[in-house]
Design a protein around this ligand. Structure first.
Ligand code: EPZ
Length: 430
């Protein structure tokens, strides 16, 4: 089992390049199944979630050539099955995007129920409601979601909750439905907009993505395209908190500063300085961090995917902070691990009450999920002494070369795959 071995205490200083957005990539990869022509996707992050989805697409006959580490050429004209039941697809949440894509193109799809990070109950009722509104039959049987339609006909769909997944999935299916679809109370996340832009570049007619009403005029078919994925808001935000928690100075390159506004505004309240440029942003943390309060919300609110990173940063801030999680009910599981490092955090319902401590101390901890795993790495980077973080497979689902990027910024971090590696890594970081 791979682990990170970290010796904390170094301020992170330098520049870091942000990858393409994982959660946009997952929607875009699935959407590329909807044309018989060649699609080239650039700025694709090389992380296990995207690689698993690519394997699943290959398992049904899609041809995927890796042009270079961040570019793939996809040919989905020879798909031989709309039944995706490979064991690996169950590991990722975004497998459900294959439902919308295949239903739209082939009027039939069957995909194993999605897995993904264990951050609370993750229903898919809104996805099913959307497909049904378009005229599809949807059922769950033997662990598969099966959806079929003779015709898909545009419809008016009001989402009961703001959901990124259902917004994208319905948009995929509706793109090739007959007539007009309106999605009301749609998610506005940057990756929803990116998937819409990608579909439009293939000939779709989608308007309003990025607002809460998306209007789609169905088209008969989609054509090939070359498309570059937007930068990853959450990876960028994670490095912003890495600068804050280590009292560092990081220039974060290849970002869209607008997507980072909710994060910048919290870091300013916490006493950091932020400098914005066209496609880069600098975070300087010269002073001790200060308390703040925050509630996670759909975009443009503060993202749930950065909740563990802000809680971790506030654990060493001056004063008492309250962080409320309003998207997923079980996203404070990492707090027990932070407590092992000396943090004083009490979880009450969906809020964490954080009494800032002077400093954290290194410990042996486990990554419970992707974002919490990244947050625990940040904790270890500021903690006194050595930490080991197990289960880093979660972190690698969504962060490309995480430890290498941190190392280039001056972190003492090594990755170890076995006992012998671990001994060597301990020697290197100490
Ligand atoms: C996406 O998950 C992301 N995953 C998550 O990122 C992210 O945390 C989340 O959006 C919120 O931004 C991918 O894009 C692959 P939702 P998703 O549907 O689509 C409820 C990461 O770390 N809901 O927006 O599954 C749901 O329970 C991951 O990169 C329903 O009630 O999230 C939640 O409370 C973790 N019924 C809320 O909506 C539904 O049918 C938002 O979920 C669907 C969702």
């Amino acid at each position: 089992m791979e682990q990170y071995i970290i010796c904390g205490g170094n301020a992170l200083v330098g520049e870091v390049e942000i990858c393409g957005a994982k959660n946009a990539a997952l929607g875009i990869l699935a959407a590329s199944l909807m044309t018989d022509e060649t699609v080239v996707i650039e700025n694709l992050p090389d992380v296990s979630d995207t690689n698993v989805l690519i394997q699943a697409m290959e398992s049904i006959g899609t041809v995927v050539d890796r042009v270079d580490r961040h570019t793939v050429r996809i040919q989905a004209g020879a798909i031989h099955s709309c039944n995706v039941d490979s064991s690996y697809i169950k590991k990722i949440r975004a497998s459900y995007y294959m439902l919308g894509a295949l239903l739209g193109k082939y009027r039939s799809a069957s995909v194993a129920l999605p897995g993904g990070c264990n951050i609370g109950s993750r229903p898919i009722d809104q996805h099913m409601k959307g497909f049904k509104a378009l005229g599809a039959n949807v059922k769950i049987s033997h662990g598969q979601i099966i959806t079929e339609a003779n015709r898909l006909v545009g419809s008016h769909i009001y989402l009961d909750v703001v959901t990124v997944g259902a917004t994208i999935n319905i948009m995929l299916a509706a793109t090739l439905a007959e007539g007009k679809t309106t999605i009301e109370n749609a998610a506005k996340e940057p990756h929803v907009v990116d998937v819409a832009n990608f579909l439009n570049s293939m000939g779709a007619n989608i308007k309003g993505a990025g607002t809460d009403i998306i209007r789609i005029k169905g088209v008969e078919k989609l054509h090939g395209t070359t498309y570059s994925i937007i930068p990853d808001q959450i990876e960028a935000g994670t490095f912003m908190f890495a600068a804050a928690i280590t009292r560092g100075d990081i220039m974060i390159r290849n970002v869209i500063p607008k997507h980072l506004e909710s994060i910048s505004s919290k870091l300013l309240e916490m006493g950091c300085e932020i400098e914005e440029f066209d496609d880069q942003l600098r975070v300087v943390a010269a002073k001790k961090l200060q308390k703040t309060h925050v509630k996670t919300l759909p975009y443009p609110g503060f993202p749930t995917d950065l909740q563990p990173q802000i809680v971790t940063s506030l654990s060493i801030a001056e004063g008492t902070s309250v962080v409320t999680e309003s998207i997923f009910e079980n996203r404070f599981r990492y707090v027990d691990e932070l407590t092992k490092m000396g943090a004083q955090i009490k979880v009450e319902g969906n809020s964490a009450i954080i009494e800032g401590v002077h400093r954290l101390t290194g410990a042996a901890i486990q990554a419970p999920d992707l974002r919490a795993g990244a947050a625990l790495v940040l904790a270890a980077l500021t903690a006194e002494g050595e930490s080991t973080i197990d289960d880093i497979v979660y972190i690698e689902r969504g962060y490309e070369d995480f430890h290498l990027k941190l190392k280039a910024l001056g972190a003492s971090i090594e990755k170890a795959g076995n006992e012998k590696d671990a001994l060597r890594a301990r020697f290197k970081v100490s």
